[in-house]
Design a protein around this ligand. Sequence first.
Ligand code: NOJ
Length: 560
Amino acid sequence: MTTAAPSVQTRELSDAPDWWRQAVVYQVYPRSFADTDGDGLGDIKGITSRVPYLAELGVDAIWLSPFYPSDLADGGYDVADYRDVDPKLGTLADMDELIAQLHAHGIRIVVDIVPNHTSDKHVWFQEALAAGRGSAARERYIFREGTGVDGAEPPTDWESLFGGSAWERVDDGQWYLHNFDVSQPDLNWDNREVRDDFLTTLRFWSDRGVDGFRIDVAHMLTKDLTEPLPSRAQLEALPFDGTHPLIDRDDVHEVYAEWREVFNSYDPPRTAVAEAWVHPSRVPLYASAESLGQAFNFDLLEADFDPAQFRRIVADNLALAAESGSSTTWVLSNHDVVRHATRYGLPDAERGADGRPTRKHGNEWLLSGGETPVLDTARGERRARAAATFVLGLPGSAYLYQGEELGLHEVAEIPDADRQDPTFFRSPGIDQGRDGCRVPLPWTAEGSAFGFGAKGAHLPQPAWFSAYAVDRQDGDPASTLSLYRRALDLRHELQTDEQLQWIDAGRDDVVAFERPNGWTVVTNFGTESAPLPAGEVLLSSAELTGDALPAETTVWLRRS
Ligand code: NOJ
């Protein structure tokens, strides 16, 4: 049963094998999207009920973050069973219905696969605990003896990416490796059974009609754990050139070559996109047609609203995409970072000599509880609209994060007692964690949980969410939602070859480019108006008055 009556004009599902190359992919974080059973957690039926919304928005695909059985110790990235649905979120039949409804509305579906680690509730880890040292069950994970008296110290001083030691001791005295939370033991990718099981999982979801996969921490699966293990200091001194013991090893692509055979055995071939935080020169390895086929480009997550940074990032990533033969990906926000409307309303990041931010965007503001005047919300939204309109005009695919089409800000005012993210608990007082971008969406300005669900939301929604609700923005031509709808609709109409030609706007604060069919995108990053280039205005991220391009505004033009 579904509430998804096809009430909006829908597109046909394209059969082109390269449908993904310039797709707009909308990330759904299932716990926080829409709740139909009133338990405060979003569910699969909730997503199905909103398929018409997604069709009206005009997205080509959704990327569904993990929906598998999980304790939600890391928001679902702690998977207890890769071939089932979390009963808190629904059933396999609900997933089948979601896939069918998406396809009926011309929308493809990409699901998250988490291969670096399982949940500690996975049957394999439970077997490993029960079977004891030296067992085949322990060989699926990375167990080692400790050091020091009675092995009471961890095997190494390695740190988890979420803070604290990367090792945890079990009852019989051995230690297991967890690069993330203690509830996320790392798998041993030297183990054939592990490799085969993931091939089975990829086929399981492909057979059910899933169109592609987003691969979590794709650069960390294979490891060289030859004894003696290096210390943290020794690890830090090693280059990331494919031979590092833990990160971005060349041999991880042997895993993906096997996955590729599975992907290519379907029609159209299943797609994959790598979440790989690696040196840019190594991204093409993941994006190549022999490996995963596409890789995330996260450069814009680390950039300010700055013309030189944007221009450099576009040029670099188009060149990298050309190297791999893939298309690049544009990401302004996702479930791991401070929402970009908020980032752009904060003072620019301080940068090191390499141009990278030297502090986490927004952390100072988040620690202050959001009450300081440091954040300029209106400016953040204006810049966010300009940045999205810029990005949606670029060649390649664009990944949107749920709520950005509403111009949503990060929620800072989450009481400590309500926080859920392990990064908050593992680095107390230093990192506020990622809950602020994961607060359930406001669908209606009034009513229970702003229309998210009948009985509240699993993370508290602030009163100001009301102003951003879908029903407030629906039908308002000036709203951010209307801007996204128009942009996606026009993008389909205007879509052309994956090329761009830079246009010299004659000033540093304006970045402009033209696509092969004359579709022209011009962004004024500056704080003063600039001359509006000649041409028919198709879209503008802010109201235009006269023949000026206002500050912090993007326009799409058809050049005459
Ligand atoms: C990356 C995911 O995006 C993040 O949310 C998660 O915590 C880690 N991988 C660990 O799975």
